[in-house]
Design a protein around this ligand. Structure first.
Ligand code: PAF
Length: 255
């Protein structure tokens, strides 16, 4: 695997790549969810590029940024095992030469759900994704459906700005007990992890939304939102200081 750390180096190298490029942007601490995107990219392209960048502008709370799990040596070893062709590891200084004075803001669907509870999050996310899509010049870029609102916004941005990259959504990967894979799960202690398994269980249940919310709260979750839209049931909850999000497709999915 070729590890590229500067934007200049990547841009020169990119000019030499003539085959189909698949791109998976990540914030690291990689798990099977990321690897399922990598596998799909490898099936559909000739060259696979992964980026790891813990994007400071999309964290609305500095503590969340500081707590975000990181282990670059582990990630590099795993990506090598998966035969990824290029790992792009830019610095924050290089990504934000402009000090984040130029950004991308969506003004409609970014205002609700995650956008309501994490002000500024989607502007930081869209800005960094636009920078990456412009740099990588991929044929296809892959995003997990766990962050469904994020996926919708990226797709909308790609259409609005006539970006040549096709945005591909990929199914959420779950643990045996149903918990959606997330880098943040590593922060859950044993008790919190046990409690977390009730989140997907209740999300998949046929109970009315207000009953699901009551049960989550009785179990000790704090619920930011639990709604049905885009033919999905979407929710964000807290276990102590750890925030989990998840969503399920409504058709055929209720048990
Ligand atoms: O989903 C993520 O990990 C991040 O939001 C992304 C798309 C890599 C942008 O920083």
């Amino acid at each position: 695997m070729n590890i590229v750390t500067t934007i200049n180096e990547w841009q020169s190298l990119r000019q030499t790549l003539t085959k189909k490029v698949g791109f998976i942007p990540t914030m690291g601490y990689l798990h099977q969810g990321h690897f399922s995107l990598c596998e799909r990219a490898q099936q559909e392209n000739d060259i696979t590029v992964v980026s790891i960048f813990v994007n400071p502008t999309q964290f609305n709370q500095s503590q969340d940024f500081l707590n975000y799990p990181q282990n670059i040596e582990r990630d590099i070893a795993l990506l090598q095992e998966k035969h990824i062709d290029y790992l792009f590891l830019p610095t924050a200084k290089a990504m934000y030469e402009d000090q984040y004075s130029i950004c991308v803001t969506e003004t409609e669907l970014s205002q609700e759900l995650e956008g309501e509870y994490r002000p500024g999050h989607f502007t930081g996310m869209l800005t960094v994704v636009l920078k990456f899509l412009n740099l990588i010049q991929a044929d296809k870029a892959y995003f997990g459906e766990k962050d469904f609102q994020q996926y919708l916004l990226i797709k909308k941005m790609a259409q609005a700005f006539f970006l040549p990259t096709t945005i591909i959504p990929c199914k959420t990967i779950r643990m045996e007990d149903g918990l959606a894979l997330s880098s943040r799960n590593v922060r859950l202690n044993e008790n919190q992890r046990k409690l977390a398994s009730f989140f997907p269980k209740l999300l998949h249940s046929q109970l009315p939304l207000n009953e699901i919310k009551n049960q989550l709260e009785q179990l000790g979750f704090k619920v930011d939102y639990l709604v049905e839209k885009w033919q999905r049931r979407l929710a964000a909850v807290w276990i102590d200081d750890i925030r989990l999000i998840d969503n399920i497709e409504l058709r055929n999915n209720l048990v």
